[in-house]
Ligand binder design. Sequence first.
Ligand code: NAD
Length: 322
Amino acid sequence: MAKLITGGTGYIGAELAHILADRGEEVVLFDININHYRIEDIESKVKIVRGDLGNFSEVFNVVKDNKITEIYHIGSMLTYMSELNPQASFHSNVIGSYNVLEAARLFNVEKMMFTSTLGTFGLQMDDMLTDITMQRPLSIYGCGKLYIEGLGRYYNTKYGLDFRSIRYAHMIGPNVHTPGHWAPPMIEDAILGKPNDCIYGTPESTISMIYVSDAARAADMLLQAPRDNIKMLNYNVSGIPAVVSAKEVETILVKRFPEIRVIYKSDPNRQRRRGGYSNWKVFDDSYARKEWGWKPQYTTVESIIDIFEKDMKERPGYYGLT
Ligand SMILES: NC(=O)c1ccc[n+]([C@@H]2O[C@H](COP(=O)([O-])OP(=O)(O)OC[C@H]3O[C@@H](n4cnc5c(N)ncnc54)[C@H](O)[C@@H]3O)[C@@H](O)[C@H]2O)c1
């Protein structure tokens, strides 16, 4: 009766591992690159399996050997690394997710959730991105995630697999130094009193934010929601309802930390490598709210900075900040 988290020692995976371990669940974390510092306080309560999603026997074995009943499929190469190596991204994110779907089908997994991305949108984005906006991704990462959204839907109708997925907005949290994300380093540097070199954004760049603990909570809420409620299957999930620009975040930070300095050094080549766009539109998550009761805890930039600061003080080890 164990639950599997792929990418279980990544940012969102480890946060989710804490939720499940604290609830007393039997949890298996599968990851190609184990980050022990994120799970050291729960390491005695979870099982860790090192493996590659792209290797079908490693995926099948972890599901079969541990009698997995529910899968949180969170492991993935992210945008920037995917653009640097599209073939590796295809292997990890597309073949890897197919392996997870096949394992779920063959070993009678009861239900599975998958983490997709707002990067499945791209070309000619509307002013508001909803669950029925046409998805035309520009990045290999977005193309791969969109394919798995569709493949999951196919497994649902063809094989009856209880599949659901979330498209996250930009995930924010301490030490989330994901290449391409300007907000976490800007907030973290302000709290640490350091100047911030904003290499991934211009003052006008906009993003839609979700705090890491909200992202993990959403994954759990979605998978635990009654199946009858799940109509849309693939859901946008956001934290702050509006988009925010780098300049707006800087202005809020300056009020709190008057000494800070943000130096914008955005490089167009870098922007292109991460999929080519930096002005995101409002990410509407009304279907998630309506169908399975999604409600973020952190809904303003100020509330995100508050929890960011608190987390950096209380859990520096968790974020690798010691
Ligand atoms: N970070 C964001 O802003 C964001 C936004 C939208 C969607 N997402 C999605 O959320 C999920 C979690 O993202 P995160 O921010 O926690 O990223 P992360 O990089 O911290 O975690 C991903 C984990 O997957 C593991 N992984 C990568 N390739 C693997 C492979 N081939 N086999 C096994 N494990 C592998 C990594 O080692 C890592 O621990 C991902 O699916 C990502 O696409 C993230």
